[in-house]
Design a binder for this molecule. Structure first.
Ligand code: NAP
Ligand code: ZN
Ligand code: ZN
Length: 350
């Protein structure tokens, strides 16, 4: 039996988000129902609400950085009880059997992972709906434990911005003695700085916004470079072990490739709509690597949350009521966010 929950949805690529009743499946034996309290606003929500990745099904309820309280559990649920704090990120389900799933890389499930929104809802048909919503029903294995000492609203964006930056920094073994660049100081970028600093690297922030310089230092950057200043960029040529690019729009990545050492790596997590141009010589001459990374699997997401609990790491946020969501999207597009909007979902009942 499906039920309905108050949400906000985009009805088409060109319309603002408006109130919507989202259909959820009833709680199955292995499901957890969560009363959602907070949901972060990721730039991916904007890309998808506006069909910039050309795969959106409407109505689309975005949101994949959710935290709330467990309100109901299925008969076979073992890890959660009613009243527990729970988090949900981008992943809602996967096959559990393929090599990627077996390696705890559910985001790369070879049968196609089910994402929390804009994926096929296998149980009741239609699409999955995300976290701009009062409640959600998710299979237990895809629900995360959120450390109690973390502020819930400030922890919500860890579920995407956190894991998306934590995972590539871990995979490329960023740590002491390394010079690491983070490109773009937005939701992802500010967490990239915090993690790279926590892992012991020398962190350089690249930003196009001179007014973010002070904040970048407070967040943990040892140096800040205004990326539009060619002279300042040239000073860092050939010196980086690793660069993480979080930019959401088209930009020249060759200027960053040139800053890598011989055999250095640059990983893209930003997902602009249009393809990026690459000069092969920037890679060939110093045998540099260009890589990509997609969120992180459940095991690593839990590891990241536990790491944040232990080191008291949360996101810098601005809380908004859902009624301000369209305004918030416009501000994100102008790089005017410090550094993640988080929706207080209690506003849905107003
Ligand atoms: P965001 O908060 O909007 O941050 C993006 C930052 O990029 C901006 O704050 C700005 O930083 C910089 N920027 C924006 N436009 C630019 C331009 N034209 N040229 C140069 N720099 C520009 O976005 P986000 O939520 O962090 O997401 C960033 C990107 O990652 C999005 O494309 C999103 O879809 C993608 N994403 C990917 C994954 C994944 O798994 N791979 C997961 C989540 C999100 P400055 O002001 O400092 O220059
Ligand atoms: Zn996201
Ligand atoms: Zn799989």
């Amino acid at each position: 039996m499906p039920n309905f929950t108050k949400s906000y949805a985009a009805q088409s690529a060109s319309q603002p988000l408006t109130a919507f009743q989202a259909k959820r499946r009833d709680v199955l034996d292995t499901d957890v129902q969560i009363n959602l309290q907070y949901c972060g606003v990721c730039h991916s929500d904007i890309h998808q609400a506006r069909n910039e990745w050309h795969n959106t099904t409407y109505p689309c309820v975005p949101g994949h950085e959710m935290i709330g309280t467990v309100s109901k559990i299925g008969k076979k649920v073992k890890r959660f009880k009613v009243g527990d704090i729970a988090g949900v990120g981008c992943l809602a389900d996967s096959c559990g059997k393929c090599p990627s799933c077996k390696e705890n890389l559910e985001q790369h499930c070879e049968k196609g992972a089910t994402f929390t929104y804009n994926s096929q809802e296998k149980h009741i048909g239609g699409v999955t709906f995300g976290g701009y919503s009062q409640s959600i029903v998710i299979t237990e294995d895809f629900v995360l434990k959120v450390p109690k000492n973390l502020d819930r609203a400030a922890a919500a964006p860890l579920l995407c911005a956190g894991i998306t930056t934590y995972s590539p920094l871990r995979r490329w073994k960023v740590g002491k003695g390394q010079k690491v660049g983070i490109v773009g100081l937005g939701g992802l970028g500010h967490m990239g700085v915090k993690f790279a600093n926590a892992f012991g690297a020398h962190v350089v922030m690249f930003t196009t916004s001179p007014n973010k310089k002070k904040d970048a230092k407070k967040l943990g950057a040892h140096e800040v470079v205004i990326s539009t200043n060619e002279k300042d960029m040239a000073k860092h040529a050939g010196s980086f072990d690793f660069i993480l690019d979080t930019v959401s729009a088209n930009h020249d990545i060759n200027v960053y490739l040139a800053l890598l050492k011989r055999s250095g790596t640059m990983t893209l997590v930003g997902a602009p709509e249009k393809p990026l141009a690459i000069s092969s010589f920037n890679l060939i001459m110093q045998r540099r690597h260009l890589a990509g990374s997609l969120i992180g699997g459940l095991k690593e997401t839990q590891e990241m949350l536990d790491f944040c609990g232990k080191h008291n790491i949360v996101c810098e946020i601005e809380k908004i009521p859902i009624q301000k969501i369209n305004e918030a999207y416009e501000r994100v597009l102008k790089s005017d966010v410090k550094y993640r909007f988080v929706i207080d979902l209690a506003s849905l009942s107003k």
